[in-house]
Design a protein around this ligand. Structure first.
Ligand code: PHE
Length: 499
């Protein structure tokens, strides 16, 4: 048998002793709060030890007119009293005058009195006489409400029910409303359990006193029921996107990478120029890029790389390239943008460190002037990494990437050639995601000499970058990327912690 919680034991014993009943009474008899009783009943029900019957009962409550009738009598009773005073047989209009109410009230009282058989008319309905004055069933019904204001409909006898259905038709006499009642009873198993429970005295709390005195040796400790139903709780937790970011960072770190971070606002110089993106490239357009209006970067012009980058764009400079063959403008490179990719941070890192070897990554926010839809956000995260070394090759790049995505649970990766202005060769990759199919992953390549040489970087740099949110979508089985940032509490609560 599953171990019972102390509340369960208490309730089973009380039900066996005091018998079944309504939830409220059962709780009182078991000496529990309503809440404790509810919990114990829920657990016992899942163990088949109690049965719960929920029914709807109707409460009948006396209302204003009804109270008045209790005090002054029903209108038909008042009418009969007036008639008695006037002499048991009177003219109809005299009676009406003496009753002193509106014609509608008089005729209603008159109708009811006649229906009870209390009065009758004579002389072509001109005179009224008293025929009886015995108590009506409506009156005896009203008496039931002298002491109590509310009664359950099912407590009424047949004849009282008929009277009630008559009186309830009159406005303002009674109100009728449904209430749920919960009836608790023991099952056979519950009864058997009560018998066995009686004998063993189990304790729930191992207190310091019990341990120090050694009394715990004589007592039986209640084992935990780890399968007991418990209320669902929703503790605070990290946002699913942040959890995935942490996981991606872990994956990089486990492969020996170090994290780099940089500002969200960048001069076009780092976002585009240093990456050999020509100044008339469509990606620089306002349609694709958010520019910060009215201010320009102040540091760019003093960079000692300006000359190198400018010449590389114009005619290739010392890189052996022909460049783009246009007139490079410093002013354009000083415009500020919300970075469109984390490659801006990567290239600045290369320029700043001028190291010969590196394995660094970033997982950070980027911005694109996109129309929002199920697959596109304007503010999103990119995963980006580079490996720089004397002998690294395209094969290493594909190997590192396959390894990296394997850690994230994505095993099938494919590559094919593509184009970026800053890499050569350039590759695009797709991965196979269970229940989803093939999906685009990231762009990558080896930085062109037009990018590395002006920065003073000699060794080849393998680089890749791609979206983070799409990966989360496949993980969480989300169809609309915007859901990730809607902060819908219902959804946030339900997202499992382990995936
Ligand atoms: N910056 C590219 C993008 O935003 C990805 C990329 C990074 C491509 C590094 C090649 C090398 O899509």
């Amino acid at each position: 048998m599953k171990p019972l919680h102390s509340l369960e034991r208490k309730l089973v014993l009380s039900l066996a002793k005091n018998g079944e009943g309504l939830l409220e009474d059962v709780a009182i008899k078991a000496d529990m709060t309503l809440d404790q009783a509810r919990r114990a009943i829920e657990w016992l029900r899942s163990k088949n030890m109690v049965e719960v019957k929920t029914t709807t009962r109707y409460i009948i409550e006396i209302a204003e007119e009804g109270k008045r009738a209790i005090e002054h009598g029903l209108p038909e009773r008042r009418l009969v009293e007036v008639l008695k005073k006037l002499g048991k047989e009177v003219k109809l209009d005299e009676l009406s005058k003496a009753f002193d109410s509106t014609p509608q009230e008089f005729s209603a009282a008159f109708g009811h009195a006649r229906a009870r058989g209390w009065i009758d008319t004579d002389n072509g309905k001109k005179t009224v006489k008293l025929t009886s004055d015995k108590i009506s069933s409506e009156e005896s019904l009203l008496r039931m409400f002298v002491a109590k204001k509310k009664l359950f409909l099912d407590e009424f006898k047949e004849e009282k029910r008929a009277a009630l259905s008559e009186l309830i038709k009159r406005p303002g006499y009674f109100t009728k409303r449904p209430v749920k009642t919960i009836f608790i009873m023991l099952t056979d198993l519950g009864r058997e359990t009560a018998e066995t429970v009686k004998e063993v005295k189990e304790i729930d709390n191992l207190t310091p006193e019990l341990i120090i005195s050694g009394r715990w040796r004589e007592l039986k400790l209640r084992p935990f029921d780890v399968e007991a139903v418990a209320p669902t709780s929703y503790p605070g937790k990290k946002h699913p996107v942040q959890r995935f970011i942490d996981e991606v960072k872990e994956a990089f770190i486990s492969l020996g990478f170090e994290e780099i971070v940089g500002p969200i606002i960048q001069p076009a110089f780092w976002n585009f120029d240093a990456l050999f993106v020509p100044q008339d490239h469509p990606a620089r357009d306002m349609q694709d890029t958010f520019y910060i209006p009215n201010i320009k970067d102040t540091k760019t012009s003093s960079l000692d790389l300006i000359e190198n980058v400018s010449r590389t764009h114009t005619d290739g400079g010392d890189t052996g390239s022909k460049g783009w063959g246009y007139d490079w403008k410093l002013d354009e490179s000083k415009r500020l943008v919300l970075r469109t990719h984390t490659t801006a941070v990567t290239v600045k890192y290369l320029a700043d460190t001028r190291a010969s070897e590196a394995k660094v990554f970033s997982v950070d926010k980027v911005f694109r002037n996109e129309k929002l839809d199920t697959k596109h956000l304007a503010e999103l995260h990119q995963i980006e990494g580079i490996v720089m070394g004397r002998k690294v090759t395209l094969r290493d790049l594909m190997g590192v990437l396959s390894e990296f995505y394997k850690i994230l649970g994505l095993k099938k990766v494919k590559f094919w050639p593509t184009y970026f202005p800053y890499t050569e060769p350039s590759l695009q990759s797709i991965v196979y995601v269970e229940d989803f199919g093939w999906m685009e992953l990231c762009g990558m390549g080896i930085f062109r000499p037009e990018v590395t040489l002006p920065l003073g970087v000699k060794n080849p740099v393998l680089a890749w970058g791609g979206g983070l949110e799409r990966l989360i979508m496949t993980r969480l089985h989300i169809e609309d990327i915007r859901e990730l940032y809607e902060n819908n509490l219902g959804w946030l609560r339900k997202v499992p912690l382990c995936l």
